[in-house]
Write a protein that binds this ligand. Structure first.
Ligand SMILES: Cc1c2[nH]c(c1CCC(=O)O)Cc1[nH]c(c(CCC(=O)O)c1C)Cc1[nH]c(c(CCC(=O)O)c1C)Cc1[nH]c(c(C)c1CCC(=O)O)C2
Length: 350
């Protein structure tokens, strides 16, 4: 007699498995962050942002804070996409009020001077320890999401050494030295597979790939440097961890979110708020679960507009699998009361 696999009971896992739920699960990008006073207090205790990322007890503590305060259905590991470049050998630091700085890969002997992908684990061991603590301490109904940056987005920081408005330096390397650019994408792809696989081994139940700058890739470049690497990472992770749900976020893909959904093979496509929920319900949701897409500014402005937009998104996606989220991360100037209002509105009886 064959025994059917037990269906998942956590709401997020059910939505990712394709189930249409009366109320979608909800979590929020950057849910552990500066808009919360308890986050700011723990960060001060750690000293700075990177020390917080590499302190398993404190990183687990800030991951749990929004779960305690709001009862989100999912918890995202507290870390940063730029820990991988650091594990590959680049220097990384954060300038207060400005953002990340790295020693650009092009100025340090190029890709040849980076560490091999399987040499990242010692540096990243504290992150795996954070995952282990969370797997133990999260409430039984809360899903633990691990994450990494997608290769293109990580490459843009490794090439420029900082965030850039148009990812100009990365586009320049792609156009001027394509073999070097492609070698970099390849090294990050391999490192990302290793990193996420180790997060899953430590207890992450879902993984998410953040391609925050996918929108600056046009035409074939989007296929080759955003979609294809994410498809390969997804395939390899699912081969190593059968049944592992994957969320992919090719931010800024616009109408190409539908191609991305078809080609990546992820269980869920996260969308930003530049596309309408009605469009995404028609063109993306038939292919995969959709995550999104309330504009983050509603967490600052609140009021009736927040209520109306939350209902509009919930209703637009009500006929298929949906995970409610923002279109991008919550900003430091957000009001914690507005987060509570969003959750209350989402979960109200219709
Ligand atoms: C591009 C990118 C980065 N990091 C990340 C991305 C992709 C998603 C996106 O587009 O926002 C992803 C990220 N960064 C962080 C998380 C933790 C999980 C979460 O709560 O979502 C995740 C998933 C913590 C963080 N990462 C960062 C903070 C703020 C740091 C602080 O406390 O000072 C947090 C909570 C810093 C960071 N980290 C990065 C930048 C550009 C900055 C500076 C900008 C800023 O200050 O908001 C790189």
């Amino acid at each position: 007699m064959s025994i059917a696999p037990t269906p998942p009971s956590k709401l997020l896992l059910r939505a990712l498995a394709g189930e249409t739920l009366p109320v979608p699960p909800i979590w929020m990008m950057r849910q552990a962050g500066r808009y919360l006073p308890e986050y700011r207090a723990t960060r001060a205790k750690a000293g700075d942002f990177l020390s917080l990322c590499y302190n398993p007890d404190l990183a687990a503590e800030v991951t749990l804070q929004p779960i305690r305060r709001y009862g989100f259905d999912a918890s995202i590991l507290f870390a940063d996409i730029l820990l991988v470049p650091q594990a590959l050998g680049l220097d990384l630091w954060f300038v207060t009020g400005e953002g990340p700085r790295l020693s650009p890969v092009t100025e340090k002997g190029g890709v040849a001077a980076l560490k091999p992908a399987d040499a990242i684990h010692e540096h990243l061991a504290p992150v795996y320890e954070t995952v282990k603590i969370l797997a133990r301490e999260l409430p039984s109904e809360t899903t633990l999401i691990g994450f990494a940056g997608a290769p293109w987005t990580v490459a843009t920081y490794m090439i420029a050494g900082r965030g850039t408005p148009d990812q100009g330096p990365a586009h320049a390397l792609k156009d001027e030295n394509r073999p070097e650019f492609e070698a970099l994408i390849e090294r990050i792809t391999q490192a990302t597979i290793e990193y996420l696989s180790a997060q899953v081994a430590a207890g992450a139940e879902v993984v998410k790939l953040f391609d925050s700058w996918a929108g600056s890739l046009r035409g074939d470049d989007l296929d080759r440097y955003s979609i294809a690497p994410m498809a390969r990472i997804t395939r390899e992770l699912k081969a190593r961890h059968p049944g592992l749900p994957v969320i992919a976020f090719p931010r800024g893909a616009g109408e190409r979110f539908a191609d991305a959904a078809r080609a990546i093979g992820a269980d869920c496509i996260a969308i930003d708020d530049a596309v309408s929920p009605e469009w995404a319900a028609e063109h993306v949701q038939p292919i995969a679960c959709v995550q999104g897409n309330l504009a983050s500014r509603h967490m600052v402005t609140g009021g009736q507009a927040l209520i109306d937009e939350t209902r509009r998104i919930r209703d637009a996606f009500s006929k298929g699998p949906h995970v409610f989220n923002l279109g991008h991360g919550i900003t430091p100037d957000a009001d914690p009361e507005n987060v509570a209002l969003m959750i209350e509105t989402l979960r109200e009886a219709r």
